[in-house]
Design a protein around this ligand. Sequence first.
Ligand code: NDP
Ligand code: KPL
Length: 316
Amino acid sequence: MEILILGAGAMGSLFAGKLTKCGFDVTLYNRPNNHVEIMKQQGMQMVHEKGDFATLHVPVYTNPADLSGDYELMLVLIKSFATKAVLEKVLPMVDDKTPILTLQNGIGNLELIQQLAPTHEVFVGGTSAGAGWVKQGVIEQRAWGKTFIGSTKPTNENVDFLKKVAATFSESGLETLVSDNVQSIIWSKLVVNIAYNGLTAVTRLKNGEAIEYKEGKELVSKLVEEAVEVAHAKEISLLYKDPVQECIRLGIEEIGRNISSMLTDVLHQRKTEIEVINGFIVKEGKRLQIATPYNNMMYKLVKMIDQSYPRTILHP
Ligand SMILES: NC(=O)C1=CN([C@@H]2O[C@H](COP(=O)(O)OP(=O)(O)OC[C@H]3O[C@@H](n4cnc5c(N)ncnc54)[C@H](OP(=O)(O)O)[C@@H]3O)[C@@H](O)[C@H]2O)C=CC1
Ligand SMILES: CC(C)(CO)C(=O)C(=O)O
């Protein structure tokens, strides 16, 4: 399967590395930066669980005009707020029927891409695989959760295509399942991000460390309970029966070693996705008259961090 991945950041590079190692044909697109330069010159190193690593040479393009235009899948792994800018550059360069799959966190990605790419079939997913840079050019998998993908139009053709994508990802070591309930996929992943992303961005702990503290566990429960109440009011069912317990289990068993994407953004003093995660629950809560005080507090704290990087005190 020939795949174009938008975003050569942590997740784009993880997917590109795993798929390339397994023999699939992957191309990355990113704007120029140091990581990309290193990847172009030396290849990308992918650290294995046992500490050894593989060097992989994945073509990385920084000029949309250099893309071949013919891909079986375009996988979107940029931050949600960069989608419009990136797609506006890339879409004119690829076949207008190329299927698109977003695995971005937060709410609104599917709708935005459908709007920007009306001739394309747009699929959506949520992944609890996670990754981070050890140093520039060296990527490490740090979360091993499953990936769920689905279609808003589950025709036989779309479902067959998704099964092929799931088989490709799974074969490369990123366990992927097809679900027929798109809203359930999106919200089940949202709930995990509600649990950990803001909390770890504020406390600067890894996911698993945050819930070693009873206060951390309590905050995870409250944040998730509010999000689940909003989901239920919208008649959205989740993939798990007990969302709080599932988030805690994930934090212990599958995503505990990850430095969340939001904490990574804060550590690099970059814009976070708080608006489409806790911020969305606060907005929907208001609209539906559901109190969301924990999400509101988390949203405001991360929003303050997001706006005040130049003032951050780093030393005593
Ligand atoms: N990290 C994780 O463990 C997980 C992340 N996710 C989700 O996956 C998505 C990607 O996250 P992640 O890989 O961590 O993010 P990163 O910030 O590591 O990567 C995003 C990439 O997009 C590039 N980019 C940003 N703006 C543009 C632009 N205008 N043109 C071209 N390239 C651009 C960035 O380049 P530059 O560096 O130059 O800005 C960067 O290489 C997010 O929605 C995230 O929430 C989901 C599960 C786990
Ligand atoms: C992997 C996970 C669930 C938690 O780290 C995540 O989505 C993120 O970091 O944004």
